[in-house]
Design a protein around this ligand. Structure first.
Ligand code: AMP
Ligand code: MG
Length: 524
């Protein structure tokens, strides 16, 4: 047992919900239970690579402790916190549109929930060894995918996108065999463990598995627990509270996806087991950031054929997932018209919310009907030739509303092939910019105030796919400095940061078709 003095363990999930009666770590179907107790695997040579200090503070770990051996032992699963009873959750899920049965925490182990400053935080290790839910896999994670999860979850938080957090990134010292592109080329990679932190890691799939097994007693217990613990403001569990709960999870989920569309994030694996019951972005696998604006793009090669989880389909898929959640809750709520009405109302409201978000990106405070055409015609143009989404919107803050000449200068940097854009599409762009300038005339804000307003909605820095890959390549050689630099950069993504200006750049050509930059599989 090990001690991190200030951590105040207060388990609620395991205290409130039924456990798997078996305690051996064999792969199995787990019925009438929400989780199985399981011990993390000891690792060969654990080494701490990075700590997100603000996350440590969030859960009550002090500065003296986060570099200690005790801390390392805990965040790699080599020692347990006093009082910790680790467990893996049971859940199912719809993967790529098909019911997949029991999935569960196959390589995630929850250490404990802690209370700090009145907030509940679950600590979970990803890659700490097999569990009863590991099916045919090893329960481990490799360094490259762990770096991607660690950096991206923190970057997303600072971008203002609801997300799980990451406390630490460590090497396990073990070797992990992976077929990175599923093409028969297996190789050993460095094993790693991320300690994730969120109020809860419950997913849509936790409800779906119970509904699929017609275990209404446990389903009701899980629903009541979720509401009482994470949605107390909705009131005590009762039919009207269940409806209010569904309405709130619909609201939160669609708010999360709206943020994804705002910043150009493509999740890559929007299976229902990867959808949080708190509306948090969860499970950073083959995700990617839009560089050239392309609604058909998905980074996930496993989804290459159907592109189900492409950027432009994320909103539809989120609604599809919410329907699966509604189906799972039906045995308890038993009011299909009410659930359908909530979904329909949300869908009706999503369009206006989307255009409102886009108005903010364009620096428009007023709501005018012609904005819909302005925004729609902008997206048609962004797609004409390769145009960097982040640079385009950020540099739009340089537009002067009284400009009469060189009106396209502010956005030139966004084009991957500026000469081709000028040759083939400049008239279309001029036409759009003229309309935009006329529209700006109807706004009260000065150029400077509008720029400041836009900068709150258009990040300067996102974790471009090649940036994470550079950090991975360096870390593979034992150099972790870039991980720290990108973690730091991600802390202030909306601020001008002259020392970091080199990251405000289009994807370099070498990264266009490189594995890890534009192509990622689920292998991690
Ligand atoms: P994902 O697509 O990463 O969300 O994973 C889908 C399911 O596969 C989840 O139940 C995971 O726990 C499980 N899984 C993924 N990778 C592994 C692994 N290396 N070992 C055990 N289970 C895994
Ligand atoms: Mg998952």
């Amino acid at each position: 047992m090990s001690v991190i003095s200030a951590l105040n363990i207060n388990d609620s999930f395991t205290k409130s919900l039924p456990a798997d009666p078996l305690s051996d770590n064999t792969r199995r179907q787990v019925k009438n239970a929400c989780y199985s107790y399981v011990q993390p695997k000891k690792t060969a040579a654990p080494k701490l690579i990075s700590v997100a200090k603000e996350v440590a503070q969030l859960i009550g770990i002090s500065e003296e402790e986060w570099g200690s051996k005790a801390f390392l032992d805990i965040v790699t699963g080599n020692e347990l916190l006093t009082g910790s009873q680790p467990y893996a959750m049971c859940y199912g899920g719809h993967q790529f549109g098909h019911w997949a049965g029991q999935l569960g925490d196959g390589r995630a182990i929850n250490l404990a929930e802690v209370l700090h400053n009145g907030q509940r935080w679950a600590m979970q290790l990803k890659g700490a060894g097999p569990t009863p839910y590991s099916r045919s896999a090893d329960g481990l994670a490799v360094l490259r995918s762990s770096i991607r999860e660690y950096l991206c979850s923190e970057a997303m938080f600072h971008l203002g996108v609801p997300t799980t957090r990451a406390l630490s990134l460590s090497l396990s010292g073990d070797e992990v065999l992976r077929d990175m592109m599923y093409n028969g080329n297996s190789a050993y990679e460095k094993g790693a463990i991320v300690c994730r932190v969120a109020p809860s890691f419950i997913r849509f799939g936790n409800f779906e598995i119970l509904a699929s097994r017609k275990d209404e007693t446990t389903l009701q217990a899980l629903l009541d627990y979720t509401i009482q613990t994470f949605y107390p403001e909705l009131g005590a569990p009762a039919p009207s509270t269940y409806i209010a709960f569904f309405k709130e999870i619909v609201r939160r989920t669609m708010d999360m996806v709206l943020h994804w569309q705002r910043v150009g994030f493509v999740h890559g694996v929007m299976n229902t087991d990867n959808f949080s019951i708190l509306g948090l972005t969860i499970d950073y696998g083959p995700y990617g950031w839009l560089e050239g604006y392309d609604p058909d793009w998905t980074p996930n090669t496993t989804d290459r054929q159907n592109r189900r989880y492409r950027f432009g389909n994320q909103v539809n898929v989120a609604y599809w997932n919410l329907i699966q959640l509604a189906n799972a809750l039906m045995p308890i709520i038993q009011d299909a018209p009410a659930l359908e009405a909530i979904l329909q109302e949300s869908q009706k409201g999503f369009g206006p919310a989307y255009f409102q978000m886009m108005r903010q990106k364009l620096g428009l405070e007023r709501t005018l009907p012609e904005d819909v055409e302005l925004i729609t015609s902008l997206f048609e143009r962004l797609h004409l030739c390769e145009t960097d989404m982040t640079i385009f919107f950020r540099n739009l803050n340089k537009v002067k509303k009284d400009a009469t000449s060189d009106i396209l200068d502010p956005i030139e940097l966004a084009f991957y092939d500026l000469e081709a854009a000028k040759e083939h599409h400049w008239n279309a762009w001029k036409e759009w910019m003229d309309t935009y300038l006329r529209r700006l005339q109807l706004e009260a804000l000065s150029d400077a105030d509008r720029a400041a307003f836009m900068n709150q909605h258009n990040p300067k820095y996102v974790l471009r796919n090649y940036m994470a890959q550079l950090a991975i390549d360096a870390a593979d050689k034992g150099d972790y400095q870039l991980i720290e630099e990108l973690l730091e950069l991600g802390r202030t993504p909306y601020a001008e940061n002259p020392a970091m200006e080199h990251w405000f750049a289009k994807r370099p050509e070498w990264a266009r078709h490189k594995v890890g930059c534009s192509m990622l599989s689920c292998s991690s």
